[in-house]
Ligand binder design. Sequence first.
Ligand code: NAD
Ligand code: MG
Length: 363
Amino acid sequence: MSRYTLEVDLGDRSYPIHIGEGLLSQADLFKPHVAGKVAMICTNTTVGPLYADRLKTSLLDAGAKSVFTVSLPDGEEYKDWPNLQLVFDALLQNHCDRKTVLVALGGGVVGDMGGFAASAFMRGIPFIQVPTTLLSQVDSSVGGKTGINHPLGKNMIGAFYQPEMVVTDISTLNTLPDRELSCGLAEIIKHGAIADTAYLDLVEQNMPALLRRDPELLALVVKRSCEIKADVVSKDEREGGIRAILNFGHTFGHAIEAGMGYGQWYHGEAVGCGMVVAAELCRRMGRLSAEEAARLKKVVVDARLPVIPPVLGVDKYMALMAHDKKADSGSIKYVLLNGLGRASTSPADEALVRQTLLEMGAG
Ligand code: NAD
Ligand code: MG
């Protein structure tokens, strides 16, 4: 049974990510962080009943003074102020103080909300991430972005706040719905496409095993994806430059998500399709060969993700992309590949983008 520990290198905010099977039950991992302290588990109504008891037992075995739990309603639509307030309510009602450790147990929604609550409660309390979706294990638990949505925009209110530790228990993926698993695979494919062709090979060759949830392979890809994301983030923690390459597939993807109405296409599905559109654009710009673009598309298909952009009309795509927060000063910035494994941001000729979308079926 493989077990990995890697370090996210952010100076005095560096922290370890532990990856393996059954880690929720490993009290020794939690001991340095919770012994003698109060812990607050922040979870939701789906994940809590599955895993909160196990985590609570480990925290108590690790010497926590007491463990409380706050359970949020499940869903992106609850990633908002009123529900964030429930976390502060629970912290205050249970007389938590600045030494309390907040442990976020769940997917990216719980991680983003728990992290933001930890950043703001008494101006910042220690925070541990226990991500339970593949997407949160390879993406949202690395990099320190936390926050909530505003009615006028997704993730508009938040903070950069790094956890003390991430505990990624691969075994929790056994209960994850198939559609959510595929969404995590989209971000994994993205990591290969932007940074590491050998990794893309590995994901491509082992897709059936990943879909079967083979724990050894899942642990390996979670580790490699975290390394790639951590490497990018450690070079550009606050997204002044290179961190933007992590948005490969997201410019088109966000347009699909917003254009279809949030929740219709899941984020990972939109990103999967967005990468295929971006790859086709790169092919037309002479940056990718036809073989490379076809290969990326096939990996996305194999991950059971959609590859045909929905019919929103090309004008709508362009308007939505111009609105996306990554577009500055009017020109849309795309993340483009210069061959598989190398990414950079760049504007693209609008007529070519329009033609690509139209010919791929988005018109
Ligand atoms: P999610 O948190 O909504 O989880 C998806 C679904 O799976 C939910 O219904 C959840 O209750 C359920 N679930 C979670 N773990 C489970 C398990 N082990 N077994 C069964 N069901 C389980 O979605 P997500 O895809 O994990 O995260 C998406 C969120 O993450 C978005 O809000 C997005 O903005 C955010 N995000 C943040 C970052 C970042 O850098 N902070 C990066 C990417 C995404
Ligand atoms: Mg994403």
